[in-house]
Write a protein that binds this ligand. Structure first.
Ligand code: ADP
Ligand code: F6P
Length: 325
């Protein structure tokens, strides 16, 4: 194996946390150390670079974290880092520690930050970590599977009480700009209707008429899944009750979806991505977003990756709709 020219790197988690971020940190740290690269943990996302909250990590710094949700490096949204002054301060602190490259684990906002940091001559490698799975250049983002499994577990519990009371449950899942969690949980929980920000809907035609029709053919309770960004779940439950006469309740699953032990899929994805990030750095390859296409690694220039667009596969909604009658 060629000896890496990069001898010191930093690693940070940024934006919304996601289960599996810890497994990714562990993979970055241990792979780097195996290649004689020193690793510095940067706390609280880009804030840690600005505030010089940076500590060297060792093999045992990442013990007992592969199975834990959250991120031991903490995460943050850093308004200061969006300014040029913040980026210059961050880069100066990297130089002070001799950090030659930074591994950024986060979503597309965090990757915009990485692009700006690399413009300050601190190259970066980006690992997709967000429950939303809304990074265009990869099929998969760390945290997505765990979040969906958590949502399904919660909705199964709701189904019991919805069924006993013969009600309608309007369940809001996370996804301000993306409906990937919603479409899959909708299909997996037998939701009558799933609403996503990517597709406009009509309450009367898409929900009320379908509820009335399915009630006529024997359906007694109803689950409607709403992605956070698709509409107000409380207002929708009220409207449904008024228009159908069926007692309706809204439940917002919220941040529970971001926590908990990562699933096998997330631990494996995170470990592979962390390992691959260091593989690229060792070869002198930087300023890339890495990910998976058909389970193989891919990597794209950060600017190119940020310009890509992910199309939602609406066929899952069609399947859901056919099966839920
Ligand atoms: P995510 O990475 O999960 O999409 P955010 O969009 O909140 O989360 O971004 C996380 C952080 O990345 C921001 O708080 C900010 O510090 C940094 N960031 C986001 N957008 C930019 C930008 N355009 N320029 C520089 N930094 C950015
Ligand atoms: O990006 C992940 C995510 O959980 C989105 O699904 C959600 O819209 C947003 O973060 C919530 O962010 P906050 O932590 O600011 O409530």
């Amino acid at each position: 194996m060629t000896e890496s020219k990069i001898k010191k790197i930093g690693v940070l988690t940024s934006g919304g946390d996601a289960p599996g971020m810890n497994a990714a940190i562990r993979a970055v740290v241990r792979t780097a150390l195996s290649r004689n690269i020193k690793v510095f943990g940067i706390k609280h996302g880009y804030n840690g670079l600005i505030n010089n909250d940076i500590q060297e990590m060792h093999l045992r710094s990442v013990s007992e974290i592969i199975h834990r949700g959250g991120t031991v490096l903490y995460t943050a949204r850093s308004p200061e880092f969006i300014t040029l002054q913040g980026q210059q301060t961050a880069a100066a602190h990297c130089r002070e520690h001799g950090i030659q490259a930074v591994v950024v684990i986060g979503g597309d906002g965090s990757f915009r930050g990485a692009k700006d940091l690399s413009a300050q001559e601190v190259p970066c490698i980006c690992i997709p970590g967000t429950i939303d799975n809304d990074i265009a250049c990869t099929d998969y983002t760390i945290g997505y599977d765990t979040a969906m499994n958590t949502a399904v577990e919660m909705i199964d519990k709701l189904r019991d009480t919805t069924q006993s009371h013969e009600r309608c449950s309007v369940v809001e899942v996370m996804g301000r700009n993306a409906g990937y969690i919603a479409v899959n949980t909708g299909l997996a929980t037998g939701a009558l209707v799933t609403l996503v920000p990517e597709k406009p809907f009509d309450v009367d035609k898409d929900i009320v008429d379908k509820m009335k029709f399915t009630r006529k053919i024997g359906k007694k309770h109803f689950i409607i899944i709403v992605a956070e960004g698709a509409g107000d779940s409380s207002a929708l439950a009220k409207e449904i009750e008024e228009k159908t006469g069926i007692e309706s309740r809204a439940t917002v699953l919220g941040h529970v979806q971001r926590g908990g032990a990562p699933s096998l899929r997330d631990r494996v994805a995170a470990s592979r991505l962390g390992y691959h990030a260091i593989d690229l750095l060792t070869q002198g390859i930087t300023d890339r977003v890495i990910g998976f296409k058909s389970d193989d690694f891919v990597d794209y220039d950060i600017v190119e990756a940020l310009a890509m667009h992910k199309e939602m596969d609406f066929s899952l909604l069609d399947i859901s709709s056919t099966l839920s009658v």
